[in-house]
Design a protein. Structure first.
Lengths: 515, 313
């Protein structure tokens, strides 16, 4: 008897338990705002500024589309793995996904089904302003896979340059004998480095940490007409190219021509001078801070970093250092404008509220009040507008402890951006000068079928990650022999098959466009 | 529950389980651990045979047979990785056990109680130092520009050595660091085994006039043989698994050292990290597990042939 009673009570409790959420959900469904989560990149701020901003933002979002926004951060430690694993996990709590085709694996993840295909109707209904602007500029084609479906919204309305190069000190270059303190050729940095080595005993000519290939790409880009095919990566390397002379023939500067050997020889010369730490490959210090502290003659990154951070920091921390930027391809004009999918926003394939997610994105991207709040924070607390109309920061503001940190790089718009007090005063001229010379990237709509060559790319990554860092740091006694050895190994793991497969996609793309 | 134990005949399985319920209860956490972390993920190994995509999931993605294993052979690294992994582990097992036994015996012979405790603690401590710290310490000792070792060499008028470019030096460095970290900890097991040896054997040996050395040679060492064999067998099971933390933190991405330092774990880690390649990395993991499994079975079979009592199963 006892047992039967127990079972009855249990069943009753279970029934109540099951029906309760259903009842409450039914009763409040029309009123409760939808929670939208945006996956973004960066270290989650802990200073409370983000939460304060979100509280205000959510009031606006509730009023406009009855939704609330929360941010989910993929932090910088191990971010490549974390990002892909998060998308792989099929987490249905994430609605909007920050992505990019050249550095955040957008194509790979779209192909693997992590993103919801966005139909024109869905975009027109839920993100009408985004739809109209991208459509007017004719950029939706840049976000389609071979199936012809749209997978993300591009950041195509924002001007920036992320072309790489050296930041160096004009004051030192002048003393080293360069006219106006300007270095105009890549190999001329040998003279600059030698001067730093001889005259600045505390500084490394180029304090650089860990595996990279800047010394090689910097040389090759300025001495050849090779153009990199974005989005086909073998590990950290992007090993396929065309040339301006033969724009439809797939090749590779890792495999063809003498430029790689010449670059490797120059790198060896630099290594022998002692341009970098002997153990640069195992060193993991903050080299940008070394530059700010006057302990490095050069730092390598892109234009955006130069105009936003380097100039202001060097002028305050090393007064009179006259920071300058030498970019790869400066000698021969072999460099490109940013692609429009260097930042983009996708909707997760697992999102329970894809329409609502698009509505929120449309507001963040196109509604000035919401854009300002989300990007700059609360006015007069997180930022101020100066008398001359620039975006500045309140008295006592310290960006290392008080930054808002929304890291919104997935749909900015020039129209809402203000010049900032911390930007290089000549930012506009720098951008204009680049605009006048930069080439448009011609292969934005080229889609390469990587499924057949994935294992070859993985094997190539293994070979490249063994040889390139050592070539970059001039560690081989005979660079020419090492390059020959590397090329043979790349051939052995199927370079030619991969090249032929990409060539076939290139031929089809060329034919389809009547080029 | 009691009172029926007088029933005749072999005990039923349920009876045996009921009799050992306290012991079983104590095993439950370990059993749960292995089910959750070692058995439940097993079906996921299927990913190694697919062209994985997120939408279709692990079991819905297209089957591609052994295509993912091709890269292992194509990259030409399979041999280097297998060789490095096995050789390092052999060195760790052989040198490690010899040192551990030697230290356990020496500790046993030490008569001063405070010195015994002190030396035991001193040898035990490195085990608790994170390999991240070990990597940092090694870099600060060994690097070319500012390392302590090279500073000393420079001060004494010598030419600094480029340790982080000399692949040949690293097997020695890695083995030394590993032994430094693990010997103290490992010697505890042998020390405990020595404590468990019947004291009357030593007394009998002393009565027969055996010297200290002879007692070690003819009493201690033979008594340690079963422990030694079991520990070696266990270690052989992991011979295809490297000490990832130590290798990664000491060597990192320094390609100049890969020829002598790259083991399966570090190579797979780099592949996943930079290639987002879950299928091939699973393939490597599967190869590693199957190869390790075959090694354990073979080793156990050999031991069984020599002396049945020493075999694990």
């Amino acid at each position: 008897m006892k047992r039967r009673n127990f079972v009855r009570v249990g069943a009753a409790l279970l029934a109540i338990g099951i029906s309760m959420p259903a009842l409450t959900a039914g009763a409040f469904a029309q009123d409760a705002p939808t929670e939208i989560t945006m996956l973004t990149m960066g270290n989650k701020p802990t200073n409370g500024r983000l939460e304060a901003m979100l509280e205000k933002l959510n009031e606006l979002l509730v009023a406009k589309v009855n939704a609330k926004l929360d941010l989910f951060y993929i932090e910088w430690a191990d971010w490549q793995t974390q990002y892909n694993v998060q998308l792989l996990s099929g987490d249905d709590n994430v609605d909007l996904v920050a992505t990019a085709t050249d550095w955040l694996y957008a194509w790979e993840n779209a192909e693997k089904g992590a993103f919801l295909p966005l139909s024109p109707e869905m975009l027109q209904a839920n993100a009408p302003k985004t739809w109209a602007q991208v459509e007017a500029d004719g950029h939706w084609d840049l976000t389609k896979l071979a199936d012809g479906k749209i997978y993300f919204a591009p950041e195509d309305n924002y001007t920036q340059y992320t072309n790489h190069g050296f930041f160096y000190r004009g004051d030192w270059a002048k003393e080293a004998g360069f006219e106006n303190g300007e270095v105009t050729k890549f190999e001329d940095f040998t003279k600059y480095f030698e001067w730093v080595k001889a005259n600045k005993p505390d500084a490394y000519p180029w304090d650089v940490a860990g595996a990279n290939e800047a010394a090689l790409t910097g040389y090759i880009q300025g001495h050849t007409d090779f153009q990199t095919l974005q989005g086909i990566s073998a590990g950290n390397y992007i090993p396929f190219h065309t040339t301006a002379a033969n724009p439809f023939t797939v090749t590779s500067w890792y495999m063809e021509g003498d430029a790689l050997v010449e670059a490797a020889k120059l790198a060896k010369q630099w290594n022998d001078i002692g341009v970098w730490r002997e153990d640069a490959l195992n060193y993991d210090g903050d080299t940008r801070e070394e530059l700010y502290a006057g302990l490095s003659g050069v730092e390598q990154h892109h234009t955006q970093t130069f105009v936003n951070d380097i100039v202001n920091n060097m002028n305050t921390k090393q007064p009179g250092s006259d920071p300058k930027f030498f970019y790869w391809g400066q000698e021969n004009g072999n460099f490109f404008k940013d692609i429009f999918t260097h930042g983009a926003m996708a909707v997760s394939a697992y999102s329970k509220h894809p329409e609502k997610a698009l509505q929120v994105y449309d507001l963040i991207r196109n509604d000035k009040e919401i854009y300002d709040l989300f990007n700059f924070g609360i006015k007069d607390v997180d930022y101020v507008i100066t008398a001359d109309g620039k975006l500045g920061y309140p008295e006592g503001y310290d960006s290392s402890t008080m930054a808002l940190g929304t890291d919104y790089w997935w749909g900015r718009t020039d129209e809402f951006e203000l010049p900032r007090t911390t930007q290089a005063p000549n930012r506009a001229e720098i951008i204009a000068a680049l605009d006048a010379r930069a080439k448009d990237y011609p292969y934005s709509t080229l889609i390469v079928n990587k499924q057949n060559i994935d294992s070859t790319l993985a094997a190539m990554a293994g070979v490249l990650s063994e040889y390139i860092p050592q070539l970059q740091y001039g560690k081989f006694e005979d660079p020419a022999a090492a390059v020959a050895e590397m090329r043979q190994k790349l051939k052995d793991v199927g370079y030619e098959d991969a090249r032929a497969s990409i060539q076939a996609d290139m031929d089809a793309w060329k034919a389809a466009r009547g080029l | 529950m009691s009172g029926t134990d007088t029933a005749r005949g072999p005990k039923s399985i349920w009876r045996q389980l009921a009799d050992s319920k306290v012991l079983l209860l104590m095993c439950v956490p370990a059993i749960i651990f292995f089910i959750v972390f070692n058995y439940m993920p097993l079906p996921g190994a299927w990913i190694a045979f697919t062209n994985f995509n997120y939408r279709d999931g692990i079991f819905g993605s297209p089957f591609v047979g052994f295509k993912n294993f091709e890269f292992l052979i194509k990259s030409g690294q399979l041999w280097t990785l297998t060789r490095n992994t096995i050789l390092y582990n052999l060195a760790f097992i052989v040198l490690g056990n010899i040192l551990q036994i030697a230290i356990a015996i020496m500790l046993n012979e030490v008569r001063l109680a405070w010195f015994k405790k002190l030396s035991q603690a001193a040898m035990f401590l490195p085990f608790f130092i994170s390999s991240v710290l070990v990597g940092v310490i090694a870099f600060n000792l060994l690097n070319y520009d500012t390392g302590a070792l090279n500073a000393l060499i420079k001060q004494t008028g010598g030419d600094p050595i480029k340790i982080y470019s000399s692949a040949g030096a690293w097997p020695l460095i890695i083995i030394m660091v590993h032994l430094w970290q693990s010997t103290g900890y490992g010697s505890i097991v042998y020390f405990a085994a020595i404590m468990g040896i019947d004291r009357s054997l030593y007394e009998a040996a002393t009565v027969d006039g055996a010297s200290a050395w002879q007692r070690i040679r003819f009493v201690t060492l033979p008594s340690l043989k079963p422990t030694f064999i079991i520990l070696v067998l266990f270690a052989l099971g992991g011979i295809m698994h490297g000490n990832f933390g130590l290798f990664w933190n000491l060597v990192g991405n320094n390609a100049a050292l890969f020829q002598t330092t790259d083991i399966i774990e570090t190579s797979v880690y780099r592949m996943v990290l930079s290639q987002n390649n879950f299928t091939t990395s699973t393939a490597v993991g599967l190869y590693q597990s199957l190869f390790g499994f075959a090694l354990v079975m073979t080793a156990n079979w050999i031991v069984r042939r020599i002396n049945k009592d020493y075999a694990l199963f």
